[in-house]
Write a protein that binds this ligand. Sequence first.
Ligand SMILES: CC(C)(COP(=O)(O)OP(=O)(O)OC[C@H]1O[C@@H](n2cnc3c(N)ncnc32)[C@H](O)[C@@H]1OP(=O)(O)O)[C@@H](O)C(=O)NCCC(=O)NCCS
Length: 224
Amino acid sequence: MATEPVTPPIPSQIHSTPAHPEIMSSQLDTLDPTTPLPPPILTTPRLRIRPMHPQDAPSMQRACAPSSITKYMSLAFAHPYTLQHASVWISTNLTQNLPNYVLTLHDTPTIVMGAIGLKPGADVQSHTAEIGYWVAEKYWGQGYVTEALRAFTDYVFCEKAEIWRRLWAGVFSGNEASMRALKRCGYAEEGVMKGHVEKHGEVRDLHMFGLTRSDWETMKQSQM
Ligand SMILES: CC(C)(COP(=O)(O)OP(=O)(O)OC[C@H]1O[C@@H](n2cnc3c(N)ncnc32)[C@H](O)[C@@H]1OP(=O)(O)O)[C@@H](O)C(=O)NCCC(=O)NCCS
């Protein structure tokens, strides 16, 4: 999924894929680590989904450091991923109020173990957003992204319906777990853009997934 540049390059999509403005290093000075943790926008049986906090930078950096996290991400998701990348990303989100959130477990609310968020569309796609997510490698295969994606999709279509009426994701070929999570949460595979992605000389297809609010409503009604 997605994109994200900067000076220096900052993480992308997972952090989902917001617009990627030029970041000035002076923004780092605006972080106030003494503020309390923001309350979650959502809780699930195992997760808290909350806005970022300046103190998230070290655990975010540790989670994003392995190349396995960035393998299926755009080049804008930096690798190696430094503490400064995390700090700049957090600062960008806090100062611009971007719709990107971190995931924590209930008993470790200060330790970032993943992220989920939106990159809003523009122009004739203003009613859409690209959804992005990641979890730290040690948590893979335990259903965390499926849990977060389902809850976050419900949240967007319930709480932000006046803004977004369609969510979509672009998944690199090979990222079977991400495709599976999207399908489990009701996203349809709408097509494959052949050879659309090239990263470090490796060309991959991009699998497009989408879910409209009306299809989400139909799905929810059929589950009642
Ligand atoms: C892709 C990623 C988000 C999946 O998160 P996760 O929490 O491990 O996913 P889940 O445990 O919810 O599993 C989702 C589904 O994929 C399946 N799955 C897990 N690992 C898999 C693998 N290696 N191959 C195929 N399927 C896999 C699970 O069985 C599950 O399907 P099921 O519900 O039918 O059993 C995670 O690996 C990740 O963060 N990767 C790096 C960042 C990334 O690629 N983000 C997405 C960009 S599009």
